[in-house]
Write a protein that binds this ligand. Structure first.
Ligand code: SAH
Ligand code: SF4
Length: 355
């Protein structure tokens, strides 16, 4: 029994072809079956009515399609949609679909929780639960398409729960599934991996021939300031991360969450510009989502605009992002808050039952 959705399209093709050949099926069956994994996905093999019934039943046994179960779907006033997926082992993850003109960006999770404990992040506060498999990572796209083919994402960002470069093997396969023409066929330039800068895996990502986009979470312009926000600074210090980015042959994005009175001063902008300019990096300024950190305050809008202007004056390309899906706490990197509240509620209900 193999979960074909956990294989790269090339490996899935080989596994199917070998299995079909052993059964004496004609070779064209592989070309019928493979597109049902990702290109025109089916929820289960019995929906592949183009295949003989006996073959469908045997596929169900030998290549079962493992699903994520949708347990909640919320639509924000601005069109942002949030999905809560049950993984079947008591764990749950979220994805967010952000429509913008002709674009539909799906923000996906790579781990359940996160071990890195950045002080402003809701996922960080839940701690690390487990890695997702490649099937669970790419499955977030697949399930959205199964809900409605018109929702097929044009862009994917690894900015949901987890640190993708601490789950490299699964992310590596998932990137192939997302990008390959026998997978979802999403262009590498439309797929962004967001990371705090895990150096060994960063080198592996850089080594892939496709032009996947890289976003690095900086959040502070000096090692000391960064360490106060992101414990990982101790293991992978800012100067080394910046050094690695210089080796990266592609343009990178630097992410910077603006926290009131903490990292949003114009002197921070000046130091940040010194880091960004030599790289020719784009700086993404993110308003702090209040759900992640009750003790931190978002930067006032006038301050955020002044910060952005200051970067631009230094010749750095900077974009102040709008906070999307605030009413359903759907901001990327913020996919934990409601879940936690829901768990607490369930827990207290169970408790009440016992009493
Ligand atoms: N672990 C990876 C990817 C997931 S987090 C990373 O940290 O890059 C995705 C993005 O959401 C990161 O840039 C993160 O800094 C940001 N983020 C986390 N908490 C946030 C909050 N409270 N408000 C705004 N952005 C936040
Ligand atoms: Fe983990 Fe990213 Fe959140 Fe930091 S910001 S705790 S690395 S998910």
């Amino acid at each position: 029994m193999t979960d074909p959705l956990n294989l790269t399209p090339g490996d899935a093709r080989d596994a199917l072809a070998a299995w079909l050949a052993a059964r004496g099926e004609p070779a064209y069956r592989t070309r019928q079956i493979l597109p049902r994994l990702w290109i025109r996905p089916v929820g289960s093999w019995d929906q592949t009515t183009e295949l003989p019934a006996a073959l469908r039943r045997d596929l169900e046994v030998s290549f079962p399609l493992r699903r994520l179960t949708l347990t909640a779907r919320q639509v924000s006033a601005d069109g942002t949609e949030k999905y809560l997926w049950d993984l079947g082992d008591g764990e749950a993850i979220e994805s967010v679909l952000i429509p913008e003109g002709k674009r539909r960006t799906l923000c996906i999770s790579s781990q359940v929780g996160c071990a890195l404990g950045c002080v402003f992040c809701a996922t960080g506060r839940m701690g690390f639960r487990r890695n997702l498999t490649a099937a669970e990572i790419a499955g977030q796209v697949r399930e959205v398409v199964l809900l409605d083919p018109a929702l097929m994402p044009t862009n994917v960002v690894f900015m949901g729960m987890g640190e993708p470069l601490l789950n490299w093997d699964a992310v590596d396969s998932a990137l192939t599934i997302l990008n390959n023409s026998d997978g979802f066929g999403i262009g590498a330039r439309h797929i962004t991996v967001s990371t705090v800068g895990i150096l060994p895996a960063l080198a592996k990502l850089a080594g892939r021939p496709e032009q996947f986009r890289l976003a690095v979470s900086l959040h502070a312009p000096t090692p000391d300031q960064r360490h106060a926000l992101m414990p990982i600074e101790k293991k992978y210090p800012l100067p080394q991360v910046m050094g690695a980015l210089k080796q990266f042959r592609r343009r990178v994005t630097l992410e910077y969450v603006l926290i009131g009175g903490t990292n949003d001063g114009l002197e921070h902008a000046d130091r940040l510009a010194e880091l960004a300019r030599p790289l020719g990096a784009l700086v993404n300024l993110l308003p702090l989502h209040p759900g992640g950190a009750p003790d931190l305050t978002p930067s006032p809008r006038t301050q955020m605009l002044a910060f952005e202007r200051r970067l631009k004056r230094h010749g750095v390309e900077a974009v102040l992002r709008r906070s999307r899906g605030l009413d359903i706490s759907a901001a990327c990197g913020q996919l934990r808050v409601e879940l936690e509240a829901r768990r607490r509620k369930v827990h207290s209900q169970e408790h009440a039952g016992v009493e």
